[in-house]
Design a protein around this ligand. Structure first.
Ligand SMILES: [Zn+2]
Length: 378
């Protein structure tokens, strides 16, 4: 670890203050826009939308200023400004946090990933966003093993394992947050399993360095749509749609109807007009990502905990990881590509590769929480 971490200083920025009507803010906004700060939040009012955007810009300027000031004192200091993605509208909107504006002023891009009232695949969507936003910068997400607002209660190992695994499966490093809140840390149940997971990740470190997603399909979303289209109903008009499309479709997401998911999957296949790169025969609670390093493909399998309804609002804690056996993975290779060896990261064991019609097939005998199929390219 860089020595700069020795003087680790943290500061919470305000996220629940609402608009500030002090003389300075009023004068600055008037100077920039020619308007007074609106008295009420009204998304139909263009001045309110202008003020909203102005606020994100002002906070970004503060981040820039802090970054410069800290580096002036210590050139090797590491400055991060942790933020959350849109799932946390209650904090990012009033806080004026837009990480897109902060990219040049952060040494490590960081998302908080602690709240657990979200969908089980939430760390994955955040990690994908972070990795696409800044592919050439170091990236972290916080992982806690407790519940926000119930900080003394350890979340079960079955939930923590895939929570962390998804970050690495999408090209992001983790930052384990150990916190007893305002009391001593007496619930230590989560510590031993986390130690084991982090040791495994350390062993796998060379599989993460410089690994990039080779996904051919993307979900594109923007904070501008969230605010300017979502307006006063950002959950219903924006967030549900992002979450819904991410996990196939709103009806599937909210109510679990399988057919809308099939329709969307078919639409993606039709629009791509090519054979899928990856096909995995596994239950729908297995998450799949495909990453690449030079001369190497890395297919991550993450087992999401079941017993956890995927709906909006609070959801139940994931307590069960159901081991999946004999997962068949099929990969379509670029013409002329040949796989020299296939291994599984857990035991560094080689597995047989079956070739047919420009594709290869590998069987993963057992998935507990996280596995990487490593394909060494000849
Ligand atoms: Zn002010």
């Amino acid at each position: 670890m860089p020595t700069a971490y020795r003087n680790n200083q943290g500061k919470f920025a305000a996220w629940d203050t609402g608009p500030c009507y002090c003389d300075t803010c009023r004068a600055l906004f008037r100077e920039d826009s020619g308007h007074d700060i609106p008295e009420t939040e009204n998304w139909e009012n263009p001045v309110w939308r202008q003020y909203n955007e102005w606020r994100y810009q002002r906070i970004a300027r503060w981040v820039k200023r802090m970054h410069a000031a800290i580096h002036e004192v210590r050139h090797d200091a590491v400055f991060i400004a942790a933020v959350q993605l849109m799932e946390s509208l209650d904090t990012i909107r009033p806080g004026g946090w837009d990480i897109d504006y902060w990219v040049p002023y952060q040494d490590v891009l960081t998302f908080e990933c602690q709240r657990r009232n979200t969908a089980p695949w939430w760390p994955g969507i955040q990690a994908k966003y972070l990795a696409s936003l800044a592919p050439d910068k170091p990236r972290w997400m916080t992982t806690s093993y407790f519940y926000p607002w119930w900080r003394l209660y350890a979340s079960p190992e079955a939930e923590n394992r895939p929570w962390i695994a998804q970050q690495f499966a999408n090209g992001v490093n983790t930052w384990l947050h150990i916190n007893g809140g305002y009391s001593d840390l007496f619930d230590r149940r989560g510590l031993a399993p986390m130690r084991e997971v982090l040791r495994r990740l350390e062993r796998w470190e060379h599989y993460f360095d410089g690994a990039r997603s080779v996904a051919r399909v993307a979900l594109i979303f923007s904070r501008h749509t969230q605010d300017n289209y979502g307006g006063g109903k950002p959950h219903a008009r924006y967030l549900d749609f992002v979450r819904g499309w991410y996990q196939m479709e709103l009806l599937f997401y909210r109510y679990g109807f399988p057919d809308p998911g099939r329709v969307l999957a078919n639409a993606v296949r039709w629009a791509l007009a090519e054979e899928p790169t990856v096909e995995v025969a596994a239950p729908d609670f297995v998450e799949v990502t495909l990453m690449a390093q030079p001369q190497r493909m890395l297919l991550h399998l993450v087992n999401l905990p079941v017993g956890k309804p995927v709906n909006t609002g609070w959801r139940h804690i994931g307590r069960n990881l159901v081991t999946v056996n004999d997962i068949v993975v099929r990969l379509r290779l670029a013409p002329g590509t040949r796989v020299r060896e296939a291994r599984l990261a857990t035991g560094e064991t080689t597995v047989p590769v079956r070739e047919k019609d420009g594709s290869i097939e590998v069987t993963v005998p057992r998935l507990v929480d996280h596995e990487i199929v490593i394909l060494e390219i000849a």
